[in-house]
Design a protein around this ligand. Sequence first.
Ligand code: SF4
Length: 350
Amino acid sequence: MPAQPPLSSRAWWKLRREFVSPSEFADMFGVPPPLELRPIDTVGSPQDRAIRLRMETPRSESIETVVLLPSGKRDRPTGRAIACVSSQPGCGVGCPFCATGQLGFRGNLPAAWIAEQVYWAGHIARHHGRRLRNVVFMGMGEPLHNRAAVFSALDTLIDQRGGFGLAPRHITVSTVGVPTAMVALARRHPQVRQALSLHAATPDLRRRLVPKGVGDLDLLRDAIAQINDLQRCTVWLEIVLLADVNDRQEHIDALERFCRGLRVEVNLIPYNPSAGLPRWQPTCRLRREAIAERLRTAGIRTTIRTSFGQSQRAACGQLTAAAAGGGSDPEPERPSPRIAAVDANRRETS
Ligand code: SF4
């Protein structure tokens, strides 16, 4: 949402704190709200615990925002919602298991459009009787390749006066690892959690799984050590587990070495193949549990993630890919690895 001087602080409050609909806003203030994204469609429902919203930017790019509706004990609704926002309309990193990666680099979203996704997520949450409390940058794109806009959007999200007033500790930025930007983010927002999509702790395999991830592993370790000095919260290490690709003993040994001396928590994410992408197999449950046990025994905090939106493509980019003609997979649709990383029941950002 671009700053518009004539808009009163009450008007911003209605949009960013109460998430009133565009028509309610127009009725109240006699002008349309300063919104630039055009909602196209939604998929999902509260039963799926995820609702995907596809929107078009003024540049005719298609982007996605996912609203996660976690449940608590005994599957009861928690009353809160999580917005998973996109920072780019494609992604130049090219992870071979990710639908957005197949789109390639398509530019950057400005801060206003990132913040506006949070408005729409908050509005959908309100419609379902939830309150938007968390924001995760795990949608389309690599946030730290769009650093200036993402930092500026973060300022708006936590601004208590004209912004969304979110607690910084309720925000997570997921990155493939841009060491200098990670440290800069920790300096600017020490309470915002960072999640590193590591996927492999050996150089060759990481290059294969995260082809344009820029951070060399030693530089990433150095960056995490600096972040640990700046932050109280742990850095998450995200590993999408792929059978016989990154789940062998040597890979877990390397991961254990990578973690040594760092304040990190490993998130093991069951792989959910996307339509039209190479059919790697997910690591079986027994192996996942054995890996988790092995890491815990080594003193490393480890969580096996559960997945959101199993009945739909709650995906980073999968909706866009499907709309573009990809994704004719007749199998049940599955969430993207990154969305799967956001576990409703975890304690992290609560
Ligand atoms: S997983 Fe993330 S970094 Fe990798 S291609 Fe997809 S959006 Fe980009």
